[in-house]
Design a protein around this ligand. Structure first.
Ligand code: DAK
Length: 260
């Protein structure tokens, strides 16, 4: 499928989605949100894709939020529809049965921060700036920001960020638990590649089951979450990958997983 505003590159099982409007700091306009949704569907259904990386083009921004120029003409209903579109895309990323890495190469603001939080693992450059500045525009986060942020860093800290609209640097965001690792800007993509290759070498069914166990268990009571985990654990015992992993350990050799 051809894309105009994003880029999708698939190489050695790793799909890299690049938000590509660097002059507008990769602000997410309606067309970009639609293409991002299509790309997420495409990589979900492509068995050759084992890991997904999402990043922004240029060296300034991951995504500086939703495209503010489009807000002027939006009616409340348009905004509601746009929110639902973006929320569906972000939910699709969160529920993608493959690991998704955010490579945060600069500003991750508003809808950009919300996109980052929907990813499974976040690696960022030391120059990244993170925030939910919507209150400065007289609005509130609309693509999960009030929900995912408080689940990730706690209610009080989320309120401080959302109510002030302040941006924070990468180190502070890491301290809060919003980022997994921070790297010098020129090392970010090579570190992301290393992580993506590591994940791509694992058994795809086990990764899918592990992600599902965490996602489905997150908002439910422990007992049900653990029961669900047990079923997914059992399911792994029916895979070729499980036999390969166990045999490889016993034969003292590295496993060769097939994702079956
Ligand atoms: N939208 C449109 N254009 C943007 C933009 C944005 N969010 N952010 C930056 N740009 C554009 C600038 O207008 C400028 O364009 P030109 O003037 O060159 O044509 C260009 O990118 C470079 O930006 P600056 O000149 O401002 O660059 P600086 O380095 O001086 O400043 C900055 C960088 C990131 C601090 C600044 O650009 C900034 O404050 N940008 C706005 C950040 C922001 O407020 N983002 C949150 C947007 S609200 C919803 C779902 C989600 C959301 C809303 C609704 N529904 C589904 C309904 C989310 C809302 C948001 O994300």
């Amino acid at each position: 499928m051809g894309f105009q505003i994003i880029e999708l590159q698939i190489e050695n099982g790793i799909a890299t989605i690049t938000l590509n409007r660097p002059k507008a700091l990769n602000a997410l306009n309606l067309a970009m949100a639609a293409e991002l949704g299509q790309a997420v569907h495409q990589v979900r259904d492509d068995p050759a894709v084992r890991v997904v990386v999402i990043t922004g083009s240029g060296d300034k921004a991951f995504a500086a939020g939703a495209d503010i120029t489009e807000f002027k003409a939006m009616s409340p209903v348009d905004a509601w529809m746009f929110t639902q579109q973006l929320q569906r895309v972000y939910m699709g990323i969160e529920r993608l049965p493959k690991p998704v890495i955010a490579a945060v190469n600069g500003y991750a603001l508003g809808g950009g921060c919300e996109l980052m939080m929907a990813c499974d693992i976040v690696y960022a450059s030391g120059s990244a700036k993170i925030g939910q500045p919507e209150v400065n525009l007289g609005i509130i986060p609309g693509a999960g920001g009030t929900q995912r942020l408080s689940r990730l860093i706690g209610k009080q800290r989320a309120k401080e960020l959302v109510l002030t609209g302040d941006m924070i640097g990468a180190q502070e965001a890491w301290n809060l638990g919003l980022l997994n690792k921070v790297f010098p800007p020129d090392q970010l993509m090579s570190e992301v590649k290393k992580l993506a290759e590591k994940l791509a070498s694992k058994g795809a069914v086990a990764l899918k089951a592990a992600k599902e166990a965490i996602e489905e268990g997150y908002d439910i009571e422990l007992e049900r979450g653990v029961a669900n985990e047990g079923k997914l654990f059992g399911l792994c015992f029916g895979t070729e990958d499980m036999r390969e992993g166990v045999n490889a350990f016993l034969e003292k050799r590295p496993p060769q997983f097939k994702g079956k």
